[in-house]
Design a protein around this ligand. Structure first.
Ligand SMILES: [Zn+2]
Length: 210
């Protein structure tokens, strides 16, 4: 079977697995638990198109009962995750032609199966860089990042987390630019682990490119 799950879809499946296990610990009524299982599976198939073989694999979710089962189930689907990229240092540099002596992320140490976007902080330039997969290629944004020191809703994962203000130059007209600010998670690994759909990321990209 080929890889068929993107990072955000994996996160979505994981959340549904947690819902099922939580139902066992909070609900007595077996019929209600069955309904939770049915709804969890439906929430997955509504988001991800599954062929018969893929559905057989994902359907194991209905056998989850205890927390320990979740890891085992997730280990079974991890081999089918489509990693971010592949991206090279050359294609990263191409995204930021104006950045001088850009500090590159450590691509060898990145776990691309857990990424919906790639982000790193250039400590020399004190700038944060974000690269998205966009229209069969990549789209990169670089900007300043100031921690907010309080929780806020992240523009990429739409969850309440420790965020900071990411200020990046965005197009405002044909030849004109404005600095546009967005609150995004300070911890991008944690952010990537919480993205369950791409709509907020897409909105972020579209607003920056408008
Ligand atoms: Zn986030």
């Amino acid at each position: 079977m080929e890889k068929f799950i993107k990072n955000h879809q994996y996160n979505h499946i994981k959340n549904q697995a947690l819902n099922i296990v939580n139902a066992y610990s909070t609900i007595q009524d077996k019929k209600v638990i069955e309904a939770v299982k049915f709804s969890a599976l439906e929430k997955i198939t509504n988001e991800i198109y599954l062929d018969d073989e893929q559905e057989t694999l994902i359907k194991h979710i209905v056998h989850l009962k205890e927390k320990e089962h979740i890891e085992q189930f997730l280990e079974g689907i991890i081999p089918y995750i489509i990693p971010f990229g592949p991206i090279t240092e050359k294609s990263i540099l191409k995204q930021f032609p104006k950045a001088k002596k850009l500090q590159l992320p450590n691509l060898q140490e990145s776990n691309f199966s857990k990424l919906s976007y790639l982000s790193w902080f250039d400590t020399r330039a004190q700038r944060k860089y974000i690269i998205f997969e966009y229209k069969n290629g990549f789209k990169g944004f670089g900007g300043t990042f100031k921690p907010l020191y309080t929780k806020g809703i992240c523009s990429l994962c739409n969850q309440l987390n420790d965020v900071g203000l990411f200020m990046a130059r965005a197009k405002s007209g044909k030849e004109t630019y404005v600095n546009r600010g967005n609150y995004i998670c300070s911890d991008s690994d944690n952010c990537n682990a919480q993205i369950t759909n791409l709509q907020y990321m897409e909105k972020f990209i579209e607003t920056q490119l408008k």
